[in-house]
Each structure stands twice: as C-alpha cells, then as structure tokens.
Design a protein around this ligand. Structure first.
Ligand code: SAM
Length: 209
C-alpha cells in the first residue's frame, strides 16, 4: 500500500490541491464550538486539511504511511507534527490522548476487519468525551455496484482496485464505545459521502455510583 501511495505522491505531488476539503471547513466550526485544542489526523496525506487546522490555531499531529507524503507535508506545513506509521498498527501508542481524532477519506481503502482496527486506534488515542469524526465514500456513490462484487458493500471496480463503501447502518453502529452525535450524506469532489460525528463515552464513569 505504501509503495502505491509513494508513487502517486512522487508523480502527482499535491494530488487533491492545497485547499482543505469543504467538509473540513464545516467540521472546524464544530470543533471550535466544542473547545477542541489538539487533533490527531489518521492518514493525513501531505496535510491539506491539517494546515487549515493549524492556521486556525489547533495543534495537529498526523499519522501517514507514505514517506513521500510526509516529505511534501513537512515543507507544506512545518507546524504539523507528521508521524510516519500505519493507522493499522495496533501498537500505536502516542504520548497523549487528543481532544479530537479526524479520520476522513480513508475508509474506502480498507476491508471491514481493518476498518475496525482503525476505529479502535481512533478510540485508543482520544480523550474520554472527546470527538471522533469519520467520513467515508457512501453506498450512494456512482461507483457503488461497478465491477465485481467481492463482499458486503465492496467492489473490485477495476483490476486490483477494490473500494469499500459505507452505508448508514455501518455509520450508526460503528462501535459501542462511541455515541453518534451527527450523521449525514454529502457530496464533495463529485463523490457521494457519509459522515458520523461521535463522542467517546466516558469509560471511567461507567460503573461509578
Ligand atoms: C485518499 S488519501 C487521503 C489523504 C487525506 N486524508 C486527505 O484527505 O487529503 C489516503 C491517505 O491514506 C494514507 N494511507 C494509506 N494506508 C495507510 C496506513 N495503513 N496508515 C497510514 N496512512 C495510510 C495514504 O498514503 C494517503 O495519504
């Protein structure tokens, strides 16, 4: 996977441009209202969304597997702390827990079993009562159903290129440790997407009397 992304970044550099996604701009308002100060971004790429957050005064750490993306990102926004590593690594143990974990535009790359690991890693690195934001390519996208069906909501849309789509039920039942705050479909960059904003339930208050 990292070779695929390294090659893309070498050939295309700022693949999605240098501006943040519209979704990121909307989320920032929500994060501001909730007094978020530091954010962890999963699969940050070269940091087009991270840069928007640092410009607004947030501290941003981002995990990224592609060393090429990290190289581009460090020049693009020296304020972002890029962590070269895999969001699938169960041993990710960062120094702290974050007010918010932002996980956008990556789930379509991973089969369900790996998506669950990513969600657990989001949870592991989020503060109690912290915010987790997940956006995915939805089952209403134009590519849904194209090519060979290889599993639930998963299609090999062309040889060697599998996409894992997400539906409303999956967003609603993402993990029992997360309370869903907002859910909706939206269209950006021509793709139909779905997002969930969650609050991490306070584990420590659970059995307290
Ligand atoms: C579709 S891009 C989205 C990048 C970024 N979220 C954005 O919207 O600009 C997916 C990113 O995930 C990264 N990635 C893929 N697998 C990863 C993994 N296992 N761990 C960390 N990053 C990964 C890729 O290198 C790529 O930068």
């Amino acid at each position: 996977m990292d070779n695929f992304w390294n090659e893309r970044y070498i050939n295309e550099q700022f693949i999605w441009g240098t501006k943040p996604s519209e979704f990121t701009v909307l989320c920032e308002k929500y994060l501001q209202k909730n007094k978020v100060k530091d954010i962890l971004i999963m699969g940050i790429g070269y940091g087009r969304n991270g840069k928007y957050f640092t410009e607004k005064g947030y501290h941003v750490d981002g995990i990224e597997i592609s060393e090429e993306a990290v190289k581009i990102g460090k020049t693009f926004d020296p304020k972002i702390n890029f962590i070269k590593g895999s969001i699938l690594d169960l041993n990710i143990e960062l120094d702290k827990r974050y007010d918010a974990v932002y996980c956008c535009d990556i789930m379509q790359l991973f089969p369900r079993i790996e998506q669950k690991i990513i969600i657990k890693n989001c949870i592991k690195n989020c503060k109690n009562n912290g915010i987790i934001i997940i956006s995915c390519i939805s089952n209403k996208d134009i590519l849904y159903g194209r090519g060979k069906n290889i599993g639930e909501n998963s299609f090999e849309i062309k040889e060697g290129h599998i996409m894992y789509f997400t539906n409303e039920e999956q967003i609603r039942n993402i993990d029992e440790e997360l309370e869903l705050i907002q859910i909706d479909y939206f269209i950006e960059e021509g793709r139909n997407r779905i997002y969930g904003i969650y609050k991490l339930k306070n584990k420590w208050s659970k059995n307290c009397t």
